[in-house]
Design a protein around this ligand. Structure first.
Ligand SMILES: Cc1cc2nc3c(=O)[nH]c(=O)nc-3n(C[C@H](O)[C@H](O)[C@H](O)COP(=O)(O)OP(=O)(O)OC[C@H]3O[C@@H](n4cnc5c(N)ncnc54)[C@H](O)[C@@H]3O)c2cc1C
Length: 487
């Protein structure tokens, strides 16, 4: 096979490139930024280190399988560290729940906080999630998504389960009486930028995956994964052309013929004489077609504060959730009204809890994330809006003073803000969303750009905005699926 060009050095782009180079293909990558990883990125400031994107890793076997496919051992590249508590949940009335990864500790915590019946219901819910996981694994997690995969007697029975019309919140209502436990399980819809009131019951696989396969941190920081992929690219002689933005394409006879690029210093270039193009981004009318951009249900984006704190907050864990008081209204704001929620759920990840060097002594690195809508066409997060929303979030955190002991405001020594505009300019993701099209409908699987383009014979898509979906392990699976399709 002739040369293969990968556009974008995000996780999906690099994994696909590595699989193809491992098979003996000549592969090169063009990446608009100066570093690998895309949304898996890193920020360092005044002695604090922050992972800017993913903070929690699941499905460890996906990573092990990738390295074993290459005849290598994952531990020679990065080390997955299991977390004892995947997330610590806080409600404003003082209720706290530790989601332990060890089943017996989890069972005890469930009994203490929610009672025996709800504990049993929790484990029944996970069994329900397993049913969907097993169906998804065959249907689309490890293979290209095709309706034809479901055209068997069993497949047809299964697809009716997929498109039953039941939302993730309907599943919580079916299993639980306790509103806090419902809210906790509903939160998993946000893992792919969706609303639990709209996202299909299929996503009950997410809590199943977390509780069955474990929750992990990466020693040295999540960004070690991106660094390891860059290292593998070097080992397989894949050139990554950094600072080289893909700006357009020449097409003919249903094929991409030429790729136009622009370097950071404004120099135009073109890439030609290739067989195959793999795009790690989907924010292109040329590649994805106009109909794709007529969609309006983009996945959520995020408003992120990177806070360097000059204090150790001992009540907090590595991953923490401070719930809003009205979850339904929060998602109405994000997906119907398309405004940043007034009463927001706040996620705080503090990698320093496991990686002491991520902050100066006696300090903590807080990654504070609030789900907000993707950008409407002309939205801009002005400095005034950013500051107001930052203050609103800090006020919200301060209402949990039973957790922090005092106002956090005076302990902030470093503060950087990242908004949906930054997602758009830095990662070129549709409307600044995190996962492209939302998964608020079962049909979104069909409306996402397919791994093999239906428009051009030599074009493929990889990564979180295509199939099987968003999240680091799924990007690895996406890379494997695409490499298999091409090979
Ligand atoms: C805040 C946040 C939190 C997250 N939390 C988690 C988590 O806890 N666990 C988890 O598993 N996942 C999480 N995710 C999701 C996960 O990070 C993504 O799904 C995954 O990293 C996306 O990888 P990708 O392959 O789709 O590529 P992307 O990261 O989208 O990268 C695409 C690449 O293409 C490049 N590019 C775009 N346009 C061009 C162009 N025109 N020319 C050249 N290059 C271009 C971009 O610069 C980028 O490098 C999170 C994401 C974010 C943003």
């Amino acid at each position: 096979m002739g040369k293969i060009i990968v556009c974008g050095a995000g996780i999906g782009g690099m994994v696909t490139a590595i699989y193809l180079a491992h098979k003996g293909n000549d592969v090169e990558i063009h990446e608009m930024n100066d570093a690998p990883g895309g949304k898996m990125s890193e920020l360092t400031k005044d002695g604090f280190r922050f992972d800017m994107g993913p903070s929690l890793i699941t499905m460890p076997d996906v990573f092990k399988e990738f390295f074993s496919d290459l005849g290598r051992n994952m531990n020679d590249y990065f080390e997955l560290t299991p977390l004892e508590c995947s997330t610590k949940y806080f409600w404003s009335d003082g209720v706290v729940f530790n989601s332990y990864t060890d089943p017996s500790m989890l069972s005890k915590e469930l009994t203490e906080v929610f009672g025996e019946t709800e504990r049993d219901n929790f484990f029944r819910y996970l069994d329900y999630g397993k049913l969907f996981y097993d169906l998804s694994e065959e249907g689309f997690l490890k293979d290209e998504f095709k309706i034809k995969n479901f055209m068997t007697i069993d497949g047809l029975k299964n697809i009716t389960k997929f498109i039953s019309g039941r939302s993730l919140n309907d599943v919580s209502n079916k299993f639980f009486k306790n509103d806090k436990l419902k809210q906790l399980m509903d939160r998993y819809a946000t893992f792919n930028g969706s609303s639990p009131y709209l996202a299909p019951q299929l996503f009950s696989i997410i809590p199943y995956v977390e509780h069955s396969f474990g929750a992990f941190y990466v020693k040295g920081g999540i960004y070690e994964i991106a660094r390891s992929l860059e290292r593998l690219c070097k080992e397989f002689n894949i050139d990554i052309h950094y600072g080289n933005k893909v700006t357009g394409f020449e097409t003919g006879s249903n094929k991409i013929r030429k790729i136009f690029t622009e370097s950071k210093d404004g120099k135009s270039g073109e890439v030609k004489d290739f067989d195959t193009v793999i795009s790690n981004f989907t924010n292109s009318t040329e590649l994805c077609g106009e109909d794709y951009f007529k969609n309006e249900d983009w996945s959520s984006s995020a408003f992120i504060l990177f806070l360097g704190m000059d204090k150790i907050f001992s009540e907090l864990s590595h991953h923490n959730i401070l719930f809003s008081n009205d979850y339904e209204n929060e998602f109405l704001d994000i997906f119907e009204k398309k405004i940043p929620p007034d009463d927001m759920t706040v996620y705080i990840s503090i990698s320093q809890k496991d990686e002491i060097t991520d902050a100066p002594e006696g300090c903590e690195n807080w990654f504070v994330l609030v789900n907000v809508p993707a950008l409407k066409d002309n939205d801009v997060w002005s400095n005034e809006l950013k500051n107001n929303y930052k203050n609103k979030i800090i006020d919200k955190i301060d209402t949990f003073d039973f957790m922090t002991g005092e106002s956090i405001r005076d302990h902030i020594k470093v503060c950087e803000i990242f908004t949906p505009d930054d997602f758009l300019s830095r990662y070129n993701s549709e409307h600044g969303s995190i996962y492209g099209l939302s998964s608020n409908s079962m049909y979104s699987l069909m409306r996402r750009p397919k791994n093999k383009s239906s428009k051009y014979d030599n074009l493929f898509f990889t990564g979180g905005n295509t199939n099987p979906g968003g999240g680091v392990p799924l990007c690895f699976l996406s890379g494997k699926i695409v490499a298999k399709l091409i090979s």
